[in-house]
Design a protein around this ligand. Structure first.
Ligand code: KIV
Ligand code: ZN
Length: 434
């Protein structure tokens, strides 16, 4: 990560800065197999869930929410199967989600029977709209639901001492609830579960439906962290959705506001507009010189598995992963990139400074082939680069200008992008080369 640093590329005159940056990687939780899975048209079967799980382990995710065991036999059996499979590495903690109802909590613990290390994630909604419209309950009643759930969690965990149990509580709809009420509910749960700095509780603070600009969410996180009694006994976790298109920004600002952990899904799958995209948050960090602790060095393989499991394509313009995000068709961009690559090679630049490319595609396992592509909008730099890469041919400037007309005509005639073979055969026929 020495290759990347935010500061030479960003300038903010007259400010004491950096105002705030993310300095270390957070703990990551993938909820692809739970929040992601519950939002797709055809939920994953065990084959897909297992494949996704193995991918997450390979990437380096250490906390994985594997499902909602009380939702039905498919979920329960998958989780039990996974626990029994011996495929869960010792440093990976499985997590399951449960509503705060006695039978559901008990089933959730049963699903994890035999696990080495596991987190049971309890939630209930706390905001006024849910209290008034969905449950028709008072604040005290909502608080009591959380207390009752915590008590059953404590009981169930005590019955199974062979597992290293962790507890997570989410005041669902946190970002649209009264902050002091959320704190009071979390405090009540903590009183029952008695976390310590050595064995903290995870308090996960969801923007269940994103409802404000991301700085507001961050302010809420900061307020929560400052006012939660016994803050040292809690890991503060962020769980953002993307309804306003700022799920990633909210998570980043939430980290700067004091949180410790980020929940999300690869490429932002999840309910409605999705969960926070873990790939984007992690690689944003990477390009600021902070090691995220997640490995995306073969991003195409990650995409292939995610697309297979979710049956949703990753958008061509998705940050870092999209097929077109490192591609330039336009002449001026191609020219600048070409110069950037040349400077990078000749000056042996340690820092990444290639114009228009925020990251070295090679860091994600992408080759430079796809960076410069030629269509009717491309300039001389484009085809010259392709000929140089594929045929080892360095065209003199005057010849580039001449050949450019042939390329332009061909692209217009064919009405499509030109590949290396098209360009080479155009060159052969223009200059009678065999
Ligand atoms: O978005 C949400 O609030 C959730 C909770 C269950 C954590 O997914
Ligand atoms: Zn969610």
């Amino acid at each position: 990560s020495q290759k990347y640093t935010a500061f030479p590329q960003v300038d903010l005159p007259n400010r004491q800065w950096p105002s705030q940056t993310i300095k270390t990687a957070p703990r990551w939780l993938s909820t692809d197999l739970r929040d992601g899975n519950q939002s797709i048209i055809d939920p994953m079967d065990a084959v897909k869930k297992n494949r996704f799980f193995d991918l997450l382990v390979e990437i380096g995710v250490k906390e994985i929410e594997v499902g909602f065991p009380s939702a039905g036999a498919t979920e329960f059996d998958f989780i039990q199967g996974l626990v029994r499979s011996g495929r869960v590495p010792d440093d990976v903690t499985l997590q399951v989600l449960t509503q705060s109802r006695e039978d559901l909590i008990r089933t959730s613990f049963e699903s994890l029977d035999g696990a080495k290390s596991a987190t049971v994630h309890l939630y209930n909604a706390v905001s006024p709209a849910w209290r008034d419209i969905v449950f028709r309950m008072s604040k005290e009643e909502v608080l009591q639901i959380a207390r009752d759930g915590a008590r059953i969690m404590r009981e169930e965990a005590a019955k199974r001492p062979e597992t290293d149990w962790h507890f997570q509580y989410s005041p669902e709809t946190f970002s649209t609830a009264e902050l002091d009420f959320s704190i009071a509910v979390c405090e009540a749960v903590m009183e029952i579960l008695q976390p310590t700095p050595e064995k903290p509780i995870i308090l996960n603070l969801p923007a269940t439906v994103e409802a404000a600009t991301p700085n507001i969410y961050a302010d809420q996180i900061e307020y929560f962290c400052r006012n939660l009694p016994n803050r040292d006994a809690a890991i503060i976790s962020l769980h953002t959705h993307n309804d306003r298109g700022t799920g990633v920004a909210a998570a980043e600002l939430g980290l700067m506001a004091g949180a410790d952990r980020v929940e999300g899904c690869l490429f932002g799958n999840g309910e409605r507009t999705g969960n926070c995209c873990l790939v984007t948050v992690a690689l944003n960090m990477y390009t600021q010189g902070v090691d995220p602790g997640l490995d995306f060095s073969d991003i195409d393989r990650v995409i292939e598995t995610v697309e297979f499991c979710n049956q949703i394509p990753v958008h061509e313009r998705h940050p870092y992963g999209g097929e077109l995000v490192f591609t330039a068709f336009s002449g001026s961009h191609q020219d600048a990139i070409k110069k950037g690559f040349a400077a990078h090679d000749t000056q042996n630049d340690e820092k990444w400074r290639v114009p228009y490319l925020p990251i070295d595609p090679a860091d994600l396992g992408r080759d430079y082939e796809a960076v410069i592509r030629v269509n009717s909008q491309s300039g001389k730099g484009g085809f010259a680069w392709v000929l140089e890469q594929h045929q080892g041919l360095k065209l003199p400037k005057a010849m580039q200008a001449n050949f450019s007309k042939h390329v332009q005509h061909l692209a217009d005639d064919l009405g499509r992008e030109l590949d290396a073979a098209d360009i080479w055969s155009a060159f052969q026929s223009a200059y009678h080369v065999q």
